[in-house]
Design a protein around this ligand. Sequence first.
Ligand SMILES: *[C@@H]1O[C@H](CO)[C@@H](O)[C@H](O)[C@H]1NC(C)=O
Ligand SMILES: *[C@@H]1O[C@H](CO)[C@@H](O)[C@H](O)[C@H]1NC(C)=O
Length: 232
Amino acid sequence: MMKGAHCPTAAAFALLALATFHLVSAFDPSPLQDFCVALNTTNTDISAVFVNGRFCKDPKMVTPEDFFFSGLRMRGNTSNPLGSIVTQANVQQIAGLNTLGVSLARIDYALGGLNPPHIHPRATEVLMVMEGTLYVGFVTSNDNGNRLFSKVLYKGDVFVFPFAQIHFQLNIGKVNAIAISSFSSQFPGVTTIANAVFGSNPSINPDVLTTAFQVDKNVVQYLQNQFWYDNN
Ligand SMILES: *[C@@H]1O[C@H](CO)[C@@H](O)[C@H](O)[C@H]1NC(C)=O
Ligand SMILES: *[C@@H]1O[C@H](CO)[C@@H](O)[C@H](O)[C@H]1NC(C)=O
């Protein structure tokens, strides 16, 4: 066995297996059937069983409604501290997206509205501006020196936020803005940086944040006492 570990073929195989694992783990798994419309398990015994994704509805019971959602027609209410609101169209709204590895969201921005720095733990995002002007960007991991890649986008422009990078959009135009985003997951998830760091439940010990952010403890306590609005 030990000999095998030193064999170049075994090493190459292990590397290939590792690379394949990363490829597979970076996106939702490929479907093994035409569709697997998510079963609404709210009222059944299996609601206590947790799987990666959702159980499939009997294909004979599937209807066009399972693949349909009209919730992105209307403007979202941006009257909140961020001046932006995300309307999601993922597997929670469209059962037919289960196992298909894609979803959408509509983002509305008031004048000066911000979709604050956040990550999607399970997806790459491609955003297209439908109305208005946005200043957008993402910051790479420490591996790439926390580089900021930013751009001003006009109506019709597209920008990519790679998997799990911290990113944001700010409305810098003179009108309300609208964007549509697509995701490489049926359920991309959102972690808003400020909410997670300063608004965690329960709170992170202030000593941790005081040293991490190199500020006075009062600053940390001030931030921890704010209300961190979730625009999703
Ligand atoms: C799931 O079932 C519950 C209870 O019957 C119902 O209230 C809910 O609207 C259903 N959800 C969907 C997405 O159909
Ligand atoms: C928008 O949200 C605000 C704050 O919750 C609320 O006061 C207002 O009535 C809402 N507007 C509409 C049109 O729903």
